[in-house]
Design a protein. Structure first.
Length: 241
C-alpha cells in the first residue's frame, strides 16, 4: 500500500470522535438506541490519538508508533566524506576511457588522489597562469566500457578535506518547501526542528547547524510524521511551516 495513502487513512482513524452530534447534553438524543430498549450498554472504547502541541511536537501513542514502524537513531560525531558533483567529457574510448573536466583551484586542491572507487586521477594542470585559473583534470574510468568520445558523464568526486562533525542517517532528513528539518525526540514527543545540512555520503548526512551529538532523531517514517503534523495543524485551521 502506498505509505502516503496509508498514513492519510490512519490519520482519519486517529481523530477522537463522539457520536457525531454537538450541543447541550440535554438535547442529545439517541432515540432508537440500546438506551431506550433497556439493553446493557458497553462503555465506548478510548482510541489513543496522535496529538500536536506547538513547541512540544507530535505525541504518538505506542501502538501507533508500532503500526508506522517508527525508528530513531542518535546524531553522532563522525566524518562524512565531502563530495563534488561534476560533469566530465570523454575524449578517448576505453577501456579504460579517459575523461577531462575543469575545477577551480580550491576544488582541485581538495580532490583526493583517487576521487572515485572506479576511477584514477591521471593528471592535473593549470589552464592558465593566473592564480584563479581553472585546473584541467584527466580521469581514467575503468567502468565505462561503452563510453564514446564526446559523451558527457555526471560524476561524484570525493574530496579530501572532510572534517568530523555531527551527522545523521540520510533517511532522517525532511526536505520541504519550507526548508530542511528533522524530527527530534523531545521527551515523549517528536519535535520538527530546522537544520542546515552539509556533506552527504551514501548513508549519512552532516548537519552544519541545528543538532548536537546525542540528539535522538526519527529515521523512519519522517514523511508520515510530516503528514500527521499537517493534518493536525492546517487541517484544523492552524498553520505549520
Amino acid at each position: 500500500m502506498n505509505p502516503r495513502f496509508f498514513t492519510l487513512v490512519l490519520l482519519g482513524s486517529l481523530v477522537a470522535t463522539g457520536c457525531g452530534k454537538k450541543g447541550d447534553p440535554a438535547d442529545h438524543d439517541h432515540a432508537g438506541s440500546a438506551h431506550d430498549q433497556g439493553a446493557p450498554v458497553a462503555e465506548p472504547s478510548t482510541v489513543p490519538a496522535v496529538t500536536f502541541k506547538p513547541g512540544t511536537g507530535l505525541t504518538i501513542p505506542p501502538d501507533i508508533r508500532t503500526v508506522i514502524a517508527l525508528t530513531t537513531a542518535p546524531a553522532e560525531e563522525r566524518v562524512v566524506p565531502r563530495t563534488l558533483r561534476v560533469s566530465a567529457q570523454i575524449f578517448k574510448a576505453g577501456p579504460p576511457a579517459l575523461a577531462t573536466l575543469a575545477l577551480s583551484p580550491a576544488e582541485a586542491a581538495s580532490l583526493t588522489a583517487q576521487p572515485l572507487a572506479s576511477a584514477r586521477l591521471v593528471s592535473r594542470s593549470p589552464h592558465g597562469t593566473a592564480p584563479d585559473s581553472p585546473v584541467d583534470l584527466v580521469l581514467s574510468l575503468v567502468d565505462r566500457p561503452d563510453a564514446k568520445p564526446g559523451d558527457f558523464l555526471s560524476l561524484t568526486l570525493a574530496l579530501a578535506d572532510s572534517p568530523s562533525g555531527v551527522a545523521i542517517p540520510r533517511s532522517a532528513l525532511l526536505r520541504s518547501v519550507g526548508g530542511t528539518f528533522v524530527y527530534v525526540v523531545n521527551g515523549g514527543a517528536y519535535l520538527r526542528t530546522a537544520v542546515v545540512p552539509g556533506a552527504e555520503s551514501a548513508t549519512h548526512l552532516a548537519i552544519a547547524d541545528g543538532l548536537y551529538a546525542g540528539d535522538e532523531v526519527v529515521t523512519h517514517p519522517v514523511e508520515q510524521l510530516w503528514l500527521m503534523e499537517l493534518h493536525l495543524t492546517q487541517g484544523r485551521g492552524g498553520h505549520s511551516h
